[in-house]
Design a protein around this ligand. Structure first.
Ligand SMILES: *Cc1c(COP(=O)(O)O)cnc(C)c1O
Length: 226
């Protein structure tokens, strides 16, 4: 992939706008989260300088460290998008403006505790619609229903999050997004966090309110070292 971060960001924004237009949706109805995991802080500064304000991080300590390093960037919002161990909830509770990977009630309880007195954190309940066995999250079964109804998971502004199966097959990916949209609707969850570099235009056409795009903005990532 070529071009500067600013150029790539502009191109992703154009694609977001075009997908919104095809779906008959206002462009403001979609939040573009630039996923900066494993990328250095200076690239985040470049994206910020180009007007980007929402950034996604997967790993709790990396989020904590980058939030400290980039504290001077006013209005920057961090989205924690990776599954959390309970002992790392504190980092997310402090630094994040939204949490996109709620997969256990225990984590919800710990978050509520750590956020006491702070404004409520929009939380997205993770649903495994794509059937990827490697991803944590709930399958959309009956148990998911009771899970999604549980009070600590439903602060204002949150929703459901998930991923389509990694596939080149458009119909299959769209079916996964539709399943997620339907679950969110049934449970009265307003937000839909779905779609990555691979499939964010389909996700927008299927109703995504948040897309999480990394590679198309920041380039390929190195593998996370153990
Ligand atoms: C890494 C990641 C993304 C971004 O993926 P790209 O393919 O780089 O756009 C989105 N969502 C989650 C949960 C991720 O871990």
């Amino acid at each position: 992939m070529s071009g500067s971060v600013a150029e790539r960001l502009a191109s992703v924004r154009e694609r977001v706008a075009a997908a919104c237009a095809r779906a008959g949706r206002p462009v403001e109805s979609v939040t573009l989260v630039a996923v900066s995991k494993l990328k250095p802080a200076d690239l985040i500064r470049e994206a910020y300088a180009a007007g980007q304000r929402d950034f996604g991080e997967n790993y709790a300590q990396e989020l904590r460290d980058k939030a400290a390093e980039l504290e001077d960037l006013e209005g920057l919002r961090w989205h924690a998008i990776g599954a959390l161990q309970t002992n790392k909830v504190k980092y997310v509770a402090r630094a994040a403006g939204a949490f996109h990977a709620l997969d256990r009630l225990e984590v919800a309880r710990e978050l509520s505790k750590r956020r006491e007195g702070a404004p409520p954190l929009p939380v997205y309940v993770e649903v495994n619609v794509g059937g990827e066995s490697t991803k944590s999250g709930r399958r959309p079964t009956r148990s998911a229903s009771s899970w999604m109804r549980s009070a600590p998971c439903r602060p204002p502004g949150g929703g459901a999050d998930g991923a389509a199966a990694p596939t080149e097959e458009e119909a299959r990916a769209r079916a996964d997004f539709q399943a997620l949209r339907e679950l969110a609707r049934v449970h009265g969850l307003p937000g839909l966090s779905m779609g990555t570099t691979h499939d964010f235009e389909w996700a927008i056409e299927e109703g995504a309110t948040v897309v999480r795009v990394g590679t198309a903005i920041f380039g390929e990532r190195a593998l996370k070292s153990p």
